[in-house]
Design a protein around this ligand. Structure first.
Ligand SMILES: *Cc1c(COP(=O)(O)O)cnc(C)c1O
Ligand code: SF4
Length: 475
């Protein structure tokens, strides 16, 4: 190689014919996914005006200064929003099934001059004036996680994988949490099931897992793995790695999206996770991080620094996102999120159509919205960076690809899914009532009309299955 270079003349540039570009040129300034918010952006918040970078990056400072009620929000944001907004938050707070918990990092990323429309405010801070009535078909724990739990906090729904809810707290609380039946503290609206981080409960889960040879894959979630102490990460990681049947472990956490600095400054936690990943690698077992970014604004220069560290340690990171109205239900926003995650070496794994969750009807979209966005995202980047859009079928059918419905009535908003390898029967998803035609909204008010809409959808699904079966060689 070296000789060749010498022969060619190392210093002289090679003469290359002009390149004929087939695609129109791109202005690099339009590659927004690479443009990350940097600098002391938190100093825009009155309470953080004098906070220096070292303090802001300290995860213990972030945890200590987390906002847990409307009064604390007022103390932090002060004059940036009018009193009427705080009143709206206070009212929303009382009506909400989830507790409020917002990190200073998140708070600093909200555009308080447009608080009502801000995509991060919408996810974390409830306002009463924007709430919509729940869908009539909604139940708490719509995913039947508790019904499918042989041991409290261990959901075994799919043949070879299980969901282990190690604890019931998170670094922040999301309004739209699917596990509002357990996660967070009791609210005026909901008394929670307790899933405390006790080793005794964990041991029962490990025992169950060890008695089920078909189980190979454990999702460690909660709550949130970020809240586990370093020694708890080690304990859970090692106990699972030692089970011969276990081949894959995922630690699920919202943390990188809402408090990325912990990955930079909590060395103990990072080292504990890294040690489990490395031990797993030696045992030929995969240990990865699953995170939960929903909007490109959640990814800043701090996030990039944090995820660079994760990447340097060889830890694979994937993202699970929830599709939400007014947050990420546009093609441009989802494309930007996917590209920005890819830029940080995070693989976009799933986009969930919003579960039927109490108190957040304003955040749900129609199934059609998911189908449209999926179509536009696919083809913009690597296939392995293209998320699968799924509906986690209410009633315990598990995740189904959004496009795979047996029937979808866009007028009544009823979609029907089947999950032959999970559970027999049909699983229904419902578009938000307020998105339907006024006459159909009226039908949803009547119990008998509701039943008729559901029965019609199931009949149509059956007919569709019968005609598919005629064309298929699968018997
Ligand atoms: C999502 C989920 C899993 C993991 O499913 P993947 O599709 O492999 O990500 C496992 N168990 C339960 C109960 C789940 O909800
Ligand atoms: S971080 Fe996850 S488990 Fe915790 S409140 Fe948010 S959605 Fe729920």
């Amino acid at each position: 190689m070296d000789t060749q270079l010498k022969l060619l003349g190392r210093d002289a540039p090679l003469a290359v014919d002009p390149i004929k570009h087939l695609k129109p040129g791109i202005d690099p300034s339009t590659l927004f996914h690479r443009q990350l918010l940097d600098g002391a952006f938190w100093q825009r918040i009155p309470a953080y005006r004098l906070i220096d970078e070292a303090t802001f990056l300290d995860h213990t400072w972030q945890a200590k200064n987390t906002i847990t009620n409307p009064a604390k929000l007022l103390q932090a944001v002060q004059h940036l929003v009018p009193q009427s907004f705080y009143d709206d938050v206070a009212d929303g707070f009382h009506k909400s099934p989830m507790s409020i918990r917002v990190s200073p990092y998140l708070l600093s990323l909200i555009d308080w001059s447009d608080a009502y429309n801000d995509p991060l405010r919408r996810q974390f801070v409830p306002v009463a004036s924007r709430l919509l009535p729940d869908h009539p078909k909604l139940t708490l724990d719509s995913l039947h996680e508790q019904a499918d739990a042989p041991v409290p906090g261990l959901t075994h729904r799919y043949p070879d994988k299980a969901l282990f809810l190690a604890l019931d707290t998170c670094p922040v609380y999301c309004r739209f949490c699917t596990r509002s039946y357990a996660v967070g503290v009791d609210t005026d609206e909901v008394e929670k099931v307790s899933l405390k981080a006790t080793e005794e409960r964990w041991e029962r889960a490990f025992k169950y897992i060890s008695e089920r040879p078909e189980l190979e894959d454990i999702v460690v979630s909660g709550g949130d793995s970020y809240q586990l102490k370093a020694r708890q990460i080690t304990l859970i990681g090692n106990r699972l790695l030692e089970l011969p049947n276990i081949r894959r472990i995922r630690f699920a956490t919202k943390g990188p999206a809402v408090m990325p600095m912990k990955l930079i400054t909590d060395h103990e936690w990072m080292d504990a996770l890294t040690a489990v990943v490395e031990r797993g690698r030696k045992l030929h077992k995969e240990v990865v991080l699953h995170t939960h970014f929903n909007h490109p604004n959640e990814i800043t220069a701090i996030t990039k620094r944090a995820l660079d560290l994760v990447f340097e340690r060889g830890i694979i990171t994937r993202n699970q996102c929830v599709l939400q109205r007014g947050v990420n239900d546009s093609i441009a926003t989802m494309q930007l999120l996917v590209k920005r995650l890819g830029h940080c070496q995070v693989q976009p794994y799933y986009v969930y159509v919003h579960d039927l969750v109490k108190g957040v009807e304003d955040l749900r979209t129609t199934l059609q919205t998911a189908l449209d966005i999926e179509k536009a995202v696919r083809g913009t980047t690597a296939g392995f960076h293209t998320p699968t859009f799924v509906v986690d079928a209410p009633g315990g059918g598990g995740k189904r690809v959004a496009h795979s419905f047996e029937h979808y009535d866009r007028v009544t908003g009823v979609s029907v899914f089947a999950a032959p390898s999970v559970k027999p029967g049909f699983f229904l998803y419902f578009d938000p009532v307020d998105t339907l035609e006024p006459a159909v909204q009226e039908r949803w008010k009547s119990e008998s009309e509701r039943q008729k809409m559901v029965d019609d959808a199931i009949d149509a699904a059956r007919a569709n299955q019968a005609s598919s079966a005629r064309a298929s060689s699968v018997r």
